[in-house]
Write a protein that binds this ligand. Structure first.
Ligand SMILES: O=C(O)C[C@H]1NC(=O)NC1=O
Length: 243
């Protein structure tokens, strides 16, 4: 009975619900999904400052997930905030939704496009493409130019813009696949894939299946070298809760 903790690094309860539903929709029958978000932090992650704040919440949730018996973890924000720090803390696998979606896209297409929310976060996706080695696989990055929480405002406008942008990207970029660049888009992938006719990949569902696979293979985060548990040392003030 594997337990996978899916962490929404922003504090939006609505987006945590969207993410949890998407994760449960693809989880194997025996897999338990714990969908969580930090109690404190930032309601949406739209840049480097927000990511730095969110990373602390991710680490707190990893620690709590371990205490609750989680066998693996997903970081469900497209910037993969705190990923390597989380891997130091974790025993099981930790996968970010950007890396999961990018890996999956390279398995089914020679080039993919990314559709995300704000123009200012495109650079974060570019940095990840370089870090993960996918720069040459990504044909283009597009932003719908709406804030992240527009995806949860109930108007459907953000979802409509994502749809239009995906259609445009297929036409213009000559990409074989599209990666959705936000955890809050997790519930759009299936419908867009059917409508547009190329794989539209969401990182939440991709990461859940990848973590399930690693758990099934008995593969956890390597604890040798730089991803070993952090060197024991006193943490002061509010950080003491992380030790
Ligand atoms: O970078 C983005 O646009 C999306 C990213 N921000 C957020 O709060 N959740 C995310 O997936």
């Amino acid at each position: 009975q594997p337990i996978i903790q899916v962490i929404n690094p922003n504090t939006s309860v609505a987006m945590t619900h969207t993410i949890g539903e998407a994760a449960r929709s693809v989880a194997a029958p025996g897999t338990k999904i714990l969908a969580v978000c930090p109690e404190q932090g930032v309601e949406s992650i739209e840049g480097h400052f927000d990511e730095a704040i969110a990373a602390i919440g991710v680490l707190e949730q990893i620690k709590r997930g371990k205490e609750q018996g989680a066998n693996g973890h997903v970081i469900a924000c497209f910037g993969d905030p705190g990923l390597l720090a989380a891997r130091e803390l974790a025993s099981g696998p930790v996968i970010g939704i950007a890396e999961a979606a990018m890996h999956m896209a390279t398995l089914v297409a020679t080039r993919f496009s990314i559709v995300t929310t704000l123009p200012r976060t495109v650079i974060i996706a570019r940095h990840l493409l370089r870090q993960y080695g996918f720069e040459h696989h990504c044909a283009a990055l597009h932003a719908i130019d709406l804030p992240v929480l527009a995806l949860e405002d109930g108007t459907g406008l953000a979802q409509q813009l994502v749809r239009e942008r995906c259609i445009q990207a297929k036409k213009e970029d000559n990409s074989g696949a599209i990666v959705l660049g936000c955890g809050g888009m997790a519930n759009l992938a299936k419908e867009l894939t059917e409508e547009i006719g190329i794989p539209v990949i969401d990182g939440v569902t991709a990461a859940v299946k990848m973590v399930e696979s690693l758990i099934a293979l008995g593969i956890g985060t390597s604890k040798f070298g730089d991803l070993a548990y952090p060197n024991p040392k006193p943490l002061s003030g509010s950080f003491a809760r992380l030790s």
